[in-house]
Design a binder for this molecule. Structure first.
Ligand SMILES: Cc1cc2nc3c(=O)[nH]c(=O)nc-3n(C[C@H](O)[C@H](O)[C@H](O)COP(=O)(O)OP(=O)(O)OC[C@H]3O[C@@H](n4cnc5c(N)ncnc54)[C@H](O)[C@@H]3O)c2cc1C
Length: 400
C-alpha cells in the first residue's frame, strides 16, 4: 500500500468499502441511523461477476426483514439430496420441516437491490471506485480512492471494511484479519443449462474424494439451469478445484450433457471469525471478517446480519461523537454472541467430515436411509450422525 495525497478531499461520517451484501446493508443501517454515509465499490456493476452458488435461507432473510422479490429470489427450494461417493443418496424433503430451506438468488440482481436499499436510505453510492490505500490521522481515516482515472481522498470518522474474501482494508489498518491457507476454501462453479436433475427444486450435495475438504453442489436456478460447483481445501490436494469440477461434470449423469454459460471462481474463508473485528474508527464485516458458515461455506446471511449490526453501531457512535474501539466493541460483542459458539462447533464438524474416507461416507449414507428425520438443519444432521456412527459420537458427541 503506497500512500499518495490527492488535492480533492470528500468528508463523511461513515465510509463503507465494498458494496457486496454485507457492505450495502451496513451502509443502509448507518444511513437509517442518521449518519452521512458513502458506499464505494470498485466494480462498474454491483454484484457482477458473481462468486456464489446463490443459496440463502428463508429464516435468514426474514430475520433481516427482507421480503423475497421474484426478480432476485429466482427459485424456491423444497428439499435436499445428499449423495455419497458410491451414489447412495439420502433425500430430505416432502413432509420434513426445512427451517434452513430457502431460495436461490440471482446475485447480480440481489446485490444491486441491496445497494439500492442503501441508496434509498440516504447513502451516497460510488461505483467503479477503488480504495487504493488508507492512513489514520487523529480521530479519522483518510482513504485514497480512484475512479475513472481521477484520484481523490475520502476523510471518514468511521471506516467499514466490507471488501470480501481477499480483504485488504483490515490488514492496511493493522488489524489481525488474515485467513490461513488451510481455512480458505477454493471455490469454482459453472452456471449450466441442460442440467438433468432428478428434482429441480432440491439442492444436491456430493461428498468425499470428489471435493477434498469440501463438497460438490448442484443448486437449481430454473427447470434445466443450475449452479454446479465445488469447494476444496487446496492444501489437501495437488489437483486444482477447476480440474475436480471438470471431472465431476463429465461423470455426473445430471451434468454430463449440460452446457456452461458462466464460470465463477472465488475464495471462501471458512476458518471462523477473524481475530480483530474492530479497532478505533474501523469495523470489518462479511467475508472480510470471516463471517462464513464453516460447514456450508454460506456467508450471505451471516455477513448481512453482522453488516446490519455494523451499520447500527456506527450510526450510534456518530451520534455519541465517540468512534473509539471501546464504543465500537458493541459490534464485536453482537457478532460473537450470534456466531462464535456455533462456528467453533461447526469447525469441529468440518474437520471430522474431512477426515472420513469414501468408504466411511458410503456406510453413513447407507445407514441414513433408515433414519427418520423430523426436520432438516445442519444441527439435526449432526445429531443424527452422532446417533448412527460410533466415530462421530466419539468426536462430536457433546457438541450439540
Ligand atoms: C464458489 C462460491 C460459492 C458460494 N456459495 C454461497 C451460497 O450458496 N450461499 C451463501 O450464503 N454464500 C455463498 N458463498 C459465500 C458468499 O459469496 C459470500 O459470503 C458473500 O458474497 C460475502 O459478501 P460480502 O459482502 O462480505 O463480500 P463480497 O460479496 O465479496 O463483496 C465485496 C465487495 O467489495 C468490493 N471491493 C473489494 N476490494 C475493494 C476495494 N479496494 N475498493 C472498492 N471495492 C472493493 C468488491 O468489488 C465486492 O463487490 C460462496 C462463495 C464462493 C466463492
Amino acid at each position: 500500500m503506497h500512500w499518495r495525497n490527492s488535492d480533492i478531499m470528500i468528508e463523511t461520517d461513515v465510509l463503507v468499502i465494498g458494496a457486496g451484501p454485507s457492505g450495502s446493508i451496513a451502509a443502509k443501517y448507518a444511513a437509517l441511523g442518521g449518519a452521512n454515509v458513502i458506499l464505494i465499490d470498485k466494480k462498474s456493476e454491483i454484484g457482477s461477476p458473481k462468486r456464489c452458488a446463490e443459496g440463502v435461507s428463508k429464516e435468514g432473510l426474514k430475520f433481516l426483514g427482507i421480503e423475497p422479490q421474484p426478480i432476485w429470489a429466482v427459485k424456491e427450494i423444497e428439499g435436499i439430496r445428499l449423495v455419497a461417493p458410491d451414489g447412495t443418496d439420502v433425500w430430505l424433503n416432502d413432509e420434513i420441516k426445512l427451517p434452513e430451506a430457502g431460495y436461490i438468488l440471482e446475485r447480480k440482481v440481489f446485490d444491486k437491490h441491496m445497494a439500492m436499499d442503501a441508496g434509498r436510505a440516504g447513502a451516497e453510492i460510488k461505483i467503479k471506485t477503488l480504495a487504493k490505500s488508507l492512513k489514520k490521522e487523529g480521530d479519522h481515516y483518510i482513504v485514497s480512492c480512484e475512479s475513472m482515472g481521477k484520484e481523490f481522498d475520502i476523510k471518514t470518522k468511521i471506516l467499514i471494511g466490507a471488501d470480501g474474501p481477499e480483504s485488504h482494508i483490515g490488514r492496511w489498518a493493522g488489524l489481525k484479519t488474515g485467513t490461513k491457507p488451510k481455512d480458505m476454501e477454493s471455490g469454482v462453479q459453472f452456471e449450466m443449462c441442460n442440467v438433468k436433475m432428478k428434482n429441480h427444486s432440491v439442492l444436491e450435495f456430493y461428498f468425499g474424494s470428489v471435493a477434498p475438504g469440501g463438497y460438490v453442489w448442484i443448486f437449481p436456478k430454473g427447470e434445466d439451469i443450475a449452479n454446479v460447483g465445488l469447494g476444496i481445501i487446496q492444501t489437501e490436494t495437488d489437483k486444482t478445484a477447476y480440474e475436480y469440477l471438470v471431472d465431476f461434470v463429465e461423470s455426473c449423469p445430471a451434468t454430463k450433457d449440460a452446457k456452461i454459460v458462466e464460470l465463477n471462481v472465488g475464495g471462501d474463508p471458512v476458518g471462523g471469525l477473524v481475530k480483530d473485528l474492530s479497532s478505533d474508527n474501523i469495523l470489518i464485516v462479511g467475508d472480510a471478517a470471516g463471517q462464513v458458515h464453516p460447514l456450508t461455506g454460506g456467508g450471505i446471511i451471516n455477513g448481512m446480519t453482522c453488516g446490519m449490526f455494523a451499520g447500527e453501531v456506527a450510526a450510534k457512535s456518530i451520534k455519541n461523537g465517540d468512534y473509539s474501539q471501546k464504543q465500537l466493541s458493541e459490534y464485536d460483542k453482537r457478532c460473537k454472541y450470534l456466531l462464535e459458539d456455533k462456528m467453533n462447533k461447526y469447525l469441529k464438524v468440518r474437520d471430522y467430515l474431512a477426515s472420513l474416507s469414501d468408504d466411511e461416507l458410503n456406510s453413513i449414507a447407507a445407514t441414513f436411509q433408515d433414519v427418520e428425520f423430523e426436520e432438516i438443519s445442519a444441527v439435526e444432521l449432526v445429531k443424527k450422525l452422532v446417533k448412527i456412527s460410533p466415530k462421530a459420537l466419539l468426536k462430536l458427541g457433546k457438541l450439540f
